[in-house]
Each structure stands twice: as C-alpha cells, then as structure tokens.
Write a protein that binds this ligand. Structure first.
Ligand SMILES: Nc1ncnc2c1ncn2[C@@H]1O[C@H](COP(=O)(O)OP(=O)(O)OP(=O)(O)O)[C@@H](O)[C@H]1O
Length: 763
C-alpha cells in the first residue's frame, strides 16, 4: 500500500477526498492512548494522516518535509515554527527546548552572588579591623562617663529641638481591663515638669509599664485625665516628639549598629537635616552611648544577637535619642547593663533632661547614685501609688510612716522593700497584711495637700494661653517631623533589600525551592514530549480523531498552582510575620505604615521574580509546552505574587508559629480550586463558578489552557474542548488581569490587617 502523505489544517486539501478506513489493530491500540495517539501511517489508500511530528506539510498537503534547524514542527504542522534565539532546535525538532530562562537566570544568579558575597567578604576584613579597634578601645569604653560627655548636645542644632516649656499633669488616673478583677493602675496623680529626670520604681507587676503607657497616651485611662500644658489627649498626637524605649530591645535584624540608628534618624529626625548632619548626629549619639566602636557590627536578629544585650539596649536607646525627642520614656533602660555603664547612661539621660527634655524611666534596683540623680520618683505597688515627689524626701516620708531607713542604706532598696511589703512599720496604723493598700491610702490622704499644689500648677497653666500655644506649636512641629512618605518608602525599601541580601541562605534556598518545584513538575511531564492536548480534528477529518485528552492542560495548571503554593507560602509569611514587633514599635513611633508596607512589598518583587524564573526555566525545559516562554513566565510570576500576598495576609492575622502552616493550607486551597478536579464545567452545573473564580488558580489554568489551545486551533476543534472543560477561550488578558487583581486584593487585606490587628501595640 502506498501511503499518501497529507496534512490537516485550515486550508489543507487532499487530491482525493478523505476517506476513513477502520484502523489496524496496532494503530487502534495507539489511537486509544491519551498521549501520542496518532498513527504515523494512513490506514487506507485514501485516508489522510496528520502531518507527523518533526515534519511539516505545506499546502496542499501532499508533501512532507523534515523540520529545518532553529525551527520546530509539532504534529500537524503546515509551516515550521521559529524557535527563540536561545532555544535548542536541531533539524527534525517537534518541540522547543527553551534556554532563554536558564541563560537569564544564570546571569542574574551570578550578579546576585556577587552582590551577596563581595560585601560579606569585605565585611570580614572590616570586622577584623573593627575587632582590633574594639580591643584597643575597650579600656576607654569602661570610662563611659567620659565618653558620655554631652556629645548628644553637639548634634546638629535645629530650632525644632529647642525644648519648650512642657508639663504633664495626671490626675486620678485608673486603668482596668474589662476581664480583670482589679485595676492595673488605680487613682494615680502627679505632675512632671520640663527638664525632669523622673524614675518609676516598684516591684515586678506593680503597674509601672502600664502607668508609663498611660502617660505616653498609648493607653486611654478608664478614669482620670492626662494633660499636657492643660490640654487633654495631646500626647498621642505628639508621638513624633516622644521617644519610647521598650523593655525588650526590638531592633531591625541584619543591619549594622550605624545603619539601624541612621535609619531611625532619617525616618524620624527633623526633616531639614542634611545627610551629613544625620551622619554626624548618628556618630554623636553612638559616641555618647559608647557604641561607636561597634558601629559596623551587625546587630543580628531575634534568634541570634551578634552584639551583647547591653549593647542592644544602647542601640535601642540611640534609635530614640536620634529622633531628638522632647519627651523620652524608657522602660528598664539599665537592665542588662553593668552598674558603671548603667550609671553612665543615667548620667547621659540627666544631661539630656537638663536641656529641657522630659525623661521618664522605669528602674529596677537603682544604685544609690542613680537614685540620687533623679529629680522625681514615683513608687508603685499593686497598681497603686505609694509615693510621688523628690527622691531626697522619700526616705523622710517613709520614716514618718514608721519605717526604719538606715542612713548608710541605699534608699531605693528600702523603698522597694516597702513596696514589696518586705519591710515592717513601727506605726500601729500599718500592719503587714495588705500593707501596699494601707500605704496607698496614707499617700492619698497626704496628697490632699499635694493636690492643691497640682491644682495650683494646673490653674497657672490654664490661665496661661501661652502654654496652650506651645502645644499647638508642638503639634505643628510634630507634623513636620520625619521624612516624607516617598522618602520613607525609599529608606525602608533600601533597608529591606539589605536585610534580604544579608540572609543569603534563606534567599538562595527560596530561589532553589522555586527551581526544584518547576523541575519536579517538568519531570512528570517529560514523557509527554510536549504533547499536552489532543482534541477532535476539524471538519472534514473528525473521523480520524482518536481518544481526546482535554484534561492534561487543566491538570498542569493545577500542578503549577499547588507547586507554587508549596514553594512560596513560607517566604510570603516571613515578609511581615518575622518583624511584627519591629513594625509595632515603628508604627508607634510615628513611622508611616503605608510607606513601610509599600517598601516591603516592593522588596519582595526581586525575590519573587527570581524564584519564578527558576521555576519556569526548569519546567519549560523538561515539559516543553508549546507556548511562549516569557508569557508562561508572566503567568508564573503573577501566581507567585498571589501566593506571597495571601501568605502575608495570613501572617498579619495569626500568631507567628501558626502562620506558615495556615498560609500553606490556604494557598493549597486556592490552588486546588483551579477548575481541574472537579472540572470547571461541573462546578458551573452546580452554580458555584463564582467561588472558583475568586481563586487565582482558576484564572491561571484558564490562561494556560487558552495559550496551549491557541497553538492547535488550526488542527482541533478547540471550542469542543472549552465546552467540555468549562474554560473560556480568547481572554488571556482578562485572566492575567484577574490574577493581578486577586494578588493585589490579598495585599490590600494585608495592609488592612497590619493597621487593624493589634492596634493598641501601634499606639
Ligand atoms: N494586657 C494585659 N492583660 C492582663 N493583665 C495585664 C496586661 N498587661 C499587664 N497586665 C497585668 O497588669 C499588672 C501590671 O503590669 P505591668 O507590666 O504594668 O507591671 P510592671 O510593674 O511594669 O512589671 P515588670 O516590672 O515586671 O515589667 C501585672 O499584674 C500584669 O500581669
């Protein structure tokens, strides 16, 4: 039998009319397979066959030629398809081996490795040098008091940092949680004047931090008032002028000491400072706090700190001092410091307060010199106030209550013993049971006299319109503080990029996981040799059709979405989940939340781009899909964008330890709802298509389906395939747009979550 070669295509015409003959047994076996199910031989004299793979059959379709080099010819090719400039396509190719992705990825990988490892190499030398300097300076560091000369005061002068006459008055403030049985802070009154160094003392759990948060305006008292110069609820509006050093040293990870402080200066410092002034101010603060010699040392991260806890504390304090605050609140600034360094720090705080700044700090067991350096002391126990006033008069007051305070003892220790009910009073009015309560009552009585003094101060303040003008001026100054939104985006973006590059293992691992995911799917499809779809031939050749394969393409879409969910959900969670506490600290300090969010999102784009490039490269070289490589890359990148977005949204809503798992489950779900199993046509019959359309997996699968079918629409009835699967054809742009919209929606959710979850921690 002489075989007559023919081809199928829109214009294909055989010399003889097509005639279908029942296939031979062998051919039938091939035809009933779902892959490569086309016989290479016609089964009858007049039966046409599809132009075989690796060949092309130009019209009228009675000649078959080998596919030329740099081209490829899949089944039924009429004219060879040109391969990309970097693709491997020898003569007789039926598919294209895309090398574009590999070449671009290789170039980018080399650049990335240079960016990561060259600075690291330089840093090693720098650190050796620093270590040498550190050794040579260690003796001078011991004399921190000398180092703590008020270099802070020599920071670039600015009229914004001329400290106005501010006073804080708080009266009868009480704070209780709805679920707690007793108030955390109860009926506390007093005042803090300009230039005071004020200490809050008390045993653990006494309510010191709660009181400080009330004074700063971070908490609203359930009763009582806090006023600044006679105006209520002003402190929260002055947060850009208020420095707060939390007890746990929350620092950005993977930056040097200098970069950490400079960042705070850039974002929060007076706007008109030049870069040089900021650098001088940063150096100045570091010198004052005795951390200049470790300025190029990385601070490490929350898991592994690379500087000592005392140094971390000082970096944390420097982050606040650099913003030139007018009120400075410090929660246990001396914890983790040796007594000499602690004293030097208090000495520095004293000098800062002498410039007019209000400085309030919570102190645990201050040594006598520290206690004596204070201008004002508050003693608390069980949320109650036992004493408020001059430290010099504290001993006299408690002696008058029957307590024995030896002259040579540290009064701070005696006061703490009293507050902890560890001391005995000779007074018959004070027993050992509920001692704190009795002392608080005594103090309340005593306060009647003080109350008049406070009232007097208040009246004086209220009568003076000037002091209100000061507050209005302060609010104006606060509004002008800090970098503009765009600048904040820039600074935070640079910081985020540095942080990423300084964690090379996690960055490279993430990129490698992307590559491995693509490789595994590609391997699974390798045996298909690029044949991912088989449909019913177009008229008049329907009779030649064999087993159709409509489901492989949706299945590939499904595999891609699930693989990306596994590869990208964990890094997506870490974007915001890893530094929530830092975000809270910065938001509370007046950093623009939207600027931080935008910067972080922008910083994830390069790593997503690299991950998806590796994914697509491996997938494309093994699976050889007959679609444009870069179009496929865009689809994969957009899906990474969605998974990152959803994982970020999850990470802001749940605890860190639950984030990774929950994000992965949700990402697998949105991937599984991709229209493969159950097939989208079934979903449509259940009237649930809207639910599937809310998941980006459906849009990705539809786009992929459309791109694959576009290449074979001259051969097969693609509309029959679309009807069977339920996917629409010819709207790739809409599919792409919808994936982008869903990814952006997830980011919008993330931002809303960032702002609205844990709001009290951002105040
Ligand atoms: N969010 C909260 N929910 C319930 N109780 C709280 C909360 N915050 C604080 N408390 C309780 O309020 C009391 C005062 O806490 P606070 O942190 O103000 O004490 P503190 O004097 O600063 O303690 P420490 O010196 O140990 O830091 C404690 O008994 C604490 O358990």
């Amino acid at each position: 039998m002489t075989a007559k070669t023919s081809t199928l295509g829109p214009e294909s015409k055989g010399i003889e009319p097509p005639q279908y003959c029942a296939p031979t047994k062998e051919c039938l076996a091939v035809r009933l397979q779902t892959v490569e199910n086309t016989c290479n031989q016609p089964q009858g004299l007049y039966e046409p066959i599809v132009c075989t793979k690796g060949h092309y059959c130009p019209r009228p379709g009675d000649q078959r030629y080998i596919c030329p080099a740099k081209h490829y010819c899949p089944l039924g090719t009429e004219s060879p398809v040109k391969c990309g400039p970097l693709s491997v396509c020898p003569s007789g190719s039926s598919r294209e081996f895309h090398l574009d992705g590999f070449v671009v990825a290789l170039v980018l990988d080399i650049i990335l490795l240079i960016i990561i490892f060259v600075p690291l190499h330089l840093r090693v030398h720098k650190l050796d040098f620093k270590r040498y300097r550190q050794d040579s300076q260690s003796s001078s560091e011991e004399d921190l008091e000398a180092a703590a000369r008020p270099t802070f005061l020599s920071m670039p002068s600015d009229h914004e940092t001329d400290y106005p006459n501010i006073s804080i008055i708080y009266q009868d403030i009480t704070f209780e949680l709805s679920e707690s049985t007793r108030p955390l802070v109860s009926s506390i009154s007093g005042s803090i004047q300009r230039g005071m160094l004020c200490g809050i003392l008390g045993p653990s759990g006494a309510g010191k931090t709660t009181l400080m948060r009330l004074l700063m305006g971070k908490l609203e008292p359930t009763k009582g008032i806090v006023e600044v110069n006679g105006m209520q609820t002003t402190l929260s509006r002055l947060k850009k002028l208020t420095g707060y050093v939390p007890s746990d040293d929350i620092l950005p990870s993977h930056l040097t000491v200098y970069e950490t402080i400079l960042h705070a200066c850039r974002v929060r410092g007076p706007r008109k400072w030049s870069d040089e002034q900021r650098s001088v101010a940063t150096q100045s603060i570091m010198q004052s706090l005795g951390i200049l010699h470790i300025q190029h040392q990385l601070v490490g991260d929350q898991v592994m700190s690379l500087i000592s806890s005392g140094q971390r504390k000082r970096v944390s304090i420097a982050m606040e001092l650099i913003a030139a605050p007018m009120m400075l609140f410090l929660d246990e600034p001396t914890s983790g410091l040796d007594s000499t360094t602690a004293m030097a720090l208090i000495d520095l705080l004293k000098k800062i307060s002498e410039t007019g700044v209000i400085v309030v700090c919570i102190l645990h067991q201050p040594r006598q010199e520290i206690f004596d350096a204070l201008d004002h002391v508050m003693l608390m126990a069980d949320g109650m106030q036992l004493y408020e006033g001059s430290p010099g008069e504290a001993a006299g007051y408690f002696c008058s209550q029957g307590f024995d305070i030896p002259k040579d003892a540290n009064p701070a220790d005696c006061l703490l013993d009293i507050a902890a009910s560890k001391a005995r009073s000779a007074s018959p009015h004070i027993g050992t049971v509920n001692m704190a309560q009795q002392l608080a009552r005594m103090w309340e009585q005593q306060q009647c006299i003080q109350h008049e003094a406070i009232q007097h101060t208040k009246d004086k303040t209220e009568s003076n319109d000037l002091s209100r003008d000061i507050v209005v001026d302060l609010e104006h100054t606060a509004a002008l503080r800090g970098a503009s939104w765009l600048r904040q985006v820039q600074y935070s973006h640079v910081r985020a990029m540095k942080q990423q590059l300084r964690q090379p293992i996690s960055l490279l691992l993430e990129i490698a996981v992307g590559g491995v995911a693509g490789l595994l799917i590609g391997l699974g499809l390798y045996s298909n040799k690029g044949m991912h779809f088989q449909g019913v031939y177009l008229t008049p050749f329907e009779m030649l059709s064999s087993a159709v394969d409509y489901s492989t393409v949706p299945k590939i879409g499904n595999m891609i979405t699930l693989a990306i969910a596994l590869a990208a959900s964990a890094p997506g969670v870490s974007t915001f989940g890893d530094e929530k506490s830092l975000y809270w600290r910065e938001a509370a300090a007046g950093h623009r939340r939207s600027a931080y969010f935008t910067a972080k999102v922008l910083a994830t784009i390069p790593r997503m781009a690299l991950s998806s490039l590796h994914f697509t490269s491996f997938y494309a070289i093994l699976a050889t899909p007959s679609i444009n490589f870069w179009l496929l890359y865009v689809l994969v990148l957009l899906y990474f964008y969605c998974v990152y977005g959803l994982a970020s949204a999850v990470s802001v809503a749940v605890k860190r330890e639950n984030g990774a798992l929950l994000a992965m489950i949700l990402c697998l779900i949105i991937g599984a709802f991709g229209g493969y199993a159950p097939m989208l046509s079934n979903v449509q019959s259940w009237h649930l298509e809207w639910l599937w359309r809310m998941c980006p997996g459906t849009w990705l699968t539809e786009a992929y389906f459309d791109l694959v079918l576009k290449r074979v629409e001259h051969l097969y009835d693609v509309h029959a395939a679309a009807a069977w699967t339920g996917f629409s054809l010819g709207r790739t742009s809409l599919d792409v747009l919808m994936i982008l919209v869903i990814g952006t929606f997830y980011r919008a959710l993330t931002f809303v979550g960032l702002v609205y979850f844990d709001r009290d921690k951002q105040r």
